[in-house]
Design a protein around this ligand. Structure first.
Ligand code: PPS
Length: 290
């Protein structure tokens, strides 16, 4: 297994990708000027970030919804701390849409006063670790090791996003300081339309039934996977290294059962029970779970 340090950058106790990290920006992130009408998607990696980028872009941009302009989702809802193109955020018209993997304590402090809308999307961490493994193996191309090795790294928090448990608990415990809506990947998967309506309500966006139909259709896994504006393949190709994988891999619930051994699963359950004791948000581990 390649030394994880070769792709990681540690800043104030939290691991970032070195690649495309805007380090100057990071140093000044605390003071980044927040607007009241900004909207943020916050995720731990591999929890539905690009899915929600697509959903937000479709909700906010009629030209995206109606396909009248050739918009790349990632440019419509750019990452705060990573860039595919350098963007002057101060010049961007409101409402600005962002995505980020930041932990609560690195988030711009102005958010506590300005109360921009924040959507925190979380996913069951067994599927996160599987999705993450394939991402490193086939997309980032930096690990040649086994799932077992990656699993250990994930449990140690030696991955981008650091410890999954700290990320979600941190945001949840701090929720009263923010205007934040928690959304579960698995619920979105099971009820895409209902989830989009819930998000529209939180955002104060009223779309016609026809517009909602269009958002739902274009946010479905198969449709995103085949849409070059939404599937991120363009970003993967941009560093000139041929990749074997895709950001949109399986998009399902319970793939962990195909990867984790009984022993790994039992260990994970024990850690989960210890770390998430009294944590009130629900988790779904299987497609058939309610
Ligand atoms: S990243 O690298 O952190 O931005 O990755 P992220 O986008 O958070 O997560 C990637 C996983 O989300 C799945 N995905 C979807 N699932 C269902 N429906 C739709 N429309 C969708 N879009 C993205 C994607 O397939 C990755 O999960 P896996 O399990 O690897 O397929």
């Amino acid at each position: 297994m390649e030394d994880p340090e070769s792709i990681l950058f540690k800043f104030k106790g939290y691991y970032f990708y070195k690649l495309r990290l805007n380090i100057d920006f990071l140093e000044n992130l605390e003071d980044f000027e927040i607007r009241e009408d900004d909207v943020f998607i916050i995720t731990y990696p591999k929890s539905g970030t690009i899915w929600f980028q697509q959903i937000l872009s479709l909700i906010y941009f009629e030209e995206h919804r109606k396909r009248t302009a050739n918009l790349n989702t990632v440019d419509q809802v750019p990452f705060l701390e990573y860039y595919s193109k350098k963007i002057d955020f101060a010049e961007r018209p409101s409402p600005r849409l962002f995505s980020t993997h930041l932990p609560y304590y690195l988030f711009p402090s102005g958010a506590k006063n300005k109360k921009p809308k924040i959507i925190y999307v979380y996913r069951n961490p067994k599927d996160v670790v599987c999705s993450y493994y394939y991402f490193f193996k086939n997309v980032i191309l930096k690990i040649t090791g086994s799932f077992e090795e990656f699993f250990e790294q994930f449990l140690e928090g030696k991955v981008v996003g650091s410890l999954w448990f700290d990320h979600i608990k941190g945001w949840y415990e701090q929720k009263s300081h923010f205007n934040i809506q928690f959304m579960m990947y698995e619920e979105i998967k099971k009820d895409l339309r209902g989830s989009i309506l819930k998000v529209c309500k939180f955002l104060g966006k009223e779309l016609s039934d026809e517009d909602i139909d269009s958002v739902v259709a274009q946010a479905m896994f198969e449709n995103m996977k085949s849409d070059p504006r939404a599937n991120y393949d363009i970003i993967m190709q941009s560093d000139g290294v041929p990749k074997k994988g895709h950001f949109l891999r399986k998009g399902t619930i319970g793939d962990w059962k195909n990867h984790m051994t009984v022993e790994q699963n039992e260990r994970f359950d024990k850690i989960f029970q210890r770390e998430m004791k009294d944590f009130p948000l629900k988790f779904i581990w299987d497609m058939n779970d309610e």
